[in-house]
Design a protein around this ligand. Sequence first.
Ligand SMILES: [Fe+2]
Length: 523
Amino acid sequence: MDRRHLLARVGGGAAALALGALFGPGLGSDRIERLPPSGDDPFSLGVASGMPAPDSVLLWTRLAPRPREPLGGLPDAPIEVHWELAEDEAFATGLRRGTVLARPEHAHSVHAEVAGLAPDRRFFYRFRAGDALSPVGRTRTAPAADAPVDRLRIVLASCQHYEQGEFALHREIADRDIDLVLFVGDYIYESSNARYRVRPHEALAPTDLAGYRQRHVTYKLDPALRAAHAAHPWVLTWDDHEVENDYAGDASRFEDRSSTDFLALRTAAYKAYFEHMPVSPRMAPVGAAMRIHEHYRWGRLADLWTLDGRQYRSTQPCNPPGRAGGRVMTSCDELADPARTMFGLAQERWLAEQLAASRSGWRLLAQGTQIAQGGMETPLGRSRFSDGWDGYPQARRRLMQTIARQAQGNVVCLGGDVHRHVVARLRADPEDERTPVVASEVVTSSLTTRGLSETATALMRRSNPDLLHARSDERGYVLLDLTPQRLGIELRATDFPVPAEARIRTQSRFVVEAGHAGPQRDG
Ligand SMILES: [Fe+2]
């Protein structure tokens, strides 16, 4: 099929993307192929949606009839994929269609931005390639920017180490009546821990693009994870394990990995991440850079910012020059250095401007890890874990000052990474308990990954009165239920390691009342 013929058949919001796909840089082939018939399901990795806006949503899939083969068993040529989106599961009402190209240089992934949609609407979608039809996914658009909105329900999740448990929590997430899944990092793990392995990764830690693609394939082949993607739109940011444990900017924690070598690794990891996630094509990485921080809006009810605490951060304090890596420390001169940053100065400024301009009821800041202090009082002094915000106290003060300018007390910080459910008060200076509470924090436990011992967590609670709740022994996710008056917090939990048939219960409930910074116990 020639280009003109294809373009003539492309409809609506897909046109711009198709143009980009056809005429953008790096297209190696003029040949556009139909999916070759084979007995294998090209939609083995499922379908997903993300980035819900008032008038658009992003639809994702990746053609991979034989996902363990290079290029998923497909030829090195662009392949036509058709998408359909409608208001009913029979695809009869309000049907929209488009054609995009799954390009070999993006591992035949599809990122179809469907624009011109009505706000606050639920949709069904599916893909077709050759004679194969994908599973049906469900998604939705956000309410109009100025619309009064009664309710927003979010699942907050992170840390899904494939080896350390079954994805049973994703089954429950898939079944829930929610608006979106907010995933705040450690979507894949690059590394292994033989002590806690209930099922193996496909290989050792990835070292190149082919390796990271295979790691993402391992995760996407899990049917429970695919179900959670198909059921809801996802909003994403990342943490470290999408690339390498404890990395910081261009620095690896391994001595034999120079910043040049590490940036080559980061390039591969970000590219594989992009190829496997429901994110906009404009997020496609350029070399080692990929912008993932983003602003989302839910009518007048909530603004949500996803933040990137890895790509632009300073190395952890008092490490050898250019070396990343977290450790437990008691003191270190570099902690006082105001030039050290978690988000990078450009992202800090962007967030400050965004917050200042926000007029919505709730302002949600989603980032990778725990902001509230987590150090422990020990005979040698107070401990800090240098990879978390405790290792970036000046950057944390700046963030809290930015938040404190939001007089309404409606800022709620959301995080993950630490493998414990945490509900906390955030003070203007988190290290000075005489300063006022200016925000609330909710950190989700891991979906599967092992947490700290309860002995350590008990000491952490005793050492930090602003931690209203902290439990490391259970895996879980958090259900956030927002109305104009209150933000409900339900901590869902189950045992470690998570079996396929896990019994999931509510560990605790909290609430933030509008206009009142700081969570309170609910019941
Ligand atoms: Fe993690």
